[in-house]
Design a protein around this ligand. Structure first.
Ligand SMILES: Cc1ncc(COP(=O)(O)O)c(C=O)c1O
Length: 386
């Protein structure tokens, strides 16, 4: 059967494709955006999971918007104004898909930083959006480029990951946040603020959400994949009620609602008195891993390789001397270390800087040491000026 024209244009996700090879025995994976599985808060969920059997009502069909007590919690936790709502989604990835289906017609312009989150490139690609890239700097998008793009091209959406960006790890400065909010309001561009890594700050100061400066011009996507577990598939999108209502309508046709028992378990987990200390432990663990990883990279990488320090999240973005980073990633896998080449984070045909996205949260400190050694060997073989 012939695929839709839109799907024919979409490349399969390199990351999901290599996931099996990356999990083969002996391979150290720096490829996925995986949290550390040994630190899932399962103990904090045990009581809640056991009590599900005493609560058969949770297993009935539920409201599309989500489990009532969880929505009430979000309202107070996110300090939502009266005219805003939340919609619980099957991971924040679903929120992106619902937004594209509700709001993006073929050829509508969607602005993204380049490089960008692969899952968003896929969703907006499938919606046949016209993806317009702006370059990213150390403290966020290039503001001159962004303003020119808003003024000249009248895009509909600006998709952004301002905290510990995937793939680059960049966090926007306060000034950039305020300016982007002002530009979104001035040019009536809707900001899609995607913040799955926000709680994983291990140094520096937590900055306000960009949307806090333009609450009525934004939709905010939060995820519990990185701070609880990704397998629960729990995310939430919030914004003006008139913008959430169409998403509820699309979700009805997508999956009726997200799992109610899982939403009840999530609520018990995030209101558990020990949940804040669980997040704190994750921050400490990831900081330790990051610091030793960064030290190893600094000490062993050949000349011409570069990475900027990160203050949280899960990724280091390594730029490389001239090379074919796809071939390099393949060679690295043969050398039993899985990495993701930078090209997968750019839209097709875009000029790219050769590089790699390196995840530091899923391998132990010892594994990270070996991973750097294996990777450096391959970089020396594959990169021209190394
Ligand atoms: C920037 C970004 N947005 C969204 C997602 C999807 O998260 P979820 O597991 O909540 O669907 C990810 C997952 O890695 C991500 O990196």
């Amino acid at each position: 059967m012939e695929l839709t024209h839109a799907l024919q244009q979409i490349q399969p996700s390199y990351i999901r494709e290599i996931l099996r090879d990356a999990q083969a025995p002996g391979v150290i994976s720096l490829a996925g955006g995986l949290p550390d599985g040994d630190h899932f808060p399962i103990a904090l969920m045990e009581k809640s999971l056991a009590s599900l059997a005493q609560n058969p009502a949770l297993f009935q069909y539920g409201q599309t918007a989500g489990y009532g007590p969880l929505l009430d919690y979000f309202r107070s936790q996110f300090k939502l104004p009266e005219h805003h709502e939340s919609l619980v989604c099957t991971g924040s990835q679903q929120a992106l898909d619902l937004i594209a289906r509700a709001y993006v017609n073929p050829s509508d312009k969607v602005v993204m930083e380049a490089p960008s989150y692969l899952g968003a490139l896929q969703v907006f690609g499938l919606a046949q959006a016209n993806i317009v890239s702006v370059s990213q700097q150390a403290d966020g998008p290039n503001l001159a480029e962004l303003e020119a793009c808003f003024a000249e091209q009248s895009p509909k959406l600006f998709y952004a990951v301002p905290d510990f960006h995937n793939p680059t790890g960049v966090t926007w400065s306060l000034e950039v946040r305020q300016k982007v909010a002002q530009l979104c309001q001035q040019y009536k561009v809707t900001l899609i603020e995607d913040v799955p890594y926000r709680e994983l700050r291990f140094t520096g100061e937590m900055l306000p959400l960009v949307s806090s400066f333009c609450p009525d011009q934004a939709l905010v996507l939060r995820s519990y994949s990185k701070i609880a577990t990704p397998g629960m598939r729990m995310g939430v999108v919030s914004g003006k009620s008139e913008w959430i209502a169409p998403l509820v309508k699309v979700k009805q046709s997508a999956d009726l609602h997200s799992s109610i028992p899982m939403q009840a378990v999530l609520l018990d987990l995030i209101t558990h008195p020990d949940f804040p200390s669980h997040i704190e432990k994750l921050r400490v663990l990831y900081q330790e891993r990051y610091l030793s990883f960064a030290e190893q990279l600094q000490a062993k990488l050949p000349q011409g390789c570069h990475f900027n320090p990160v203050e949280g999240g899960m990724f280091v973005w390594l730029t490389l001397p001239e090379c074919d980073d796809f071939a390099l990633a393949k060679a690295a896998l043969t050398n039993k270390v899985a990495v993701v080449p930078s090209s997968v984070f750019y839209k097709k045909g875009e000029r790219i800087t050769p590089g790699l996205r390196l995840n530091f949260t899923n391998a132990t400190a010892e594994e990270l040491v070996s991973a750097v050694e294996r990777l450096v060997d391959v970089i020396k073989q594959e990169c021209k000026t190394a």
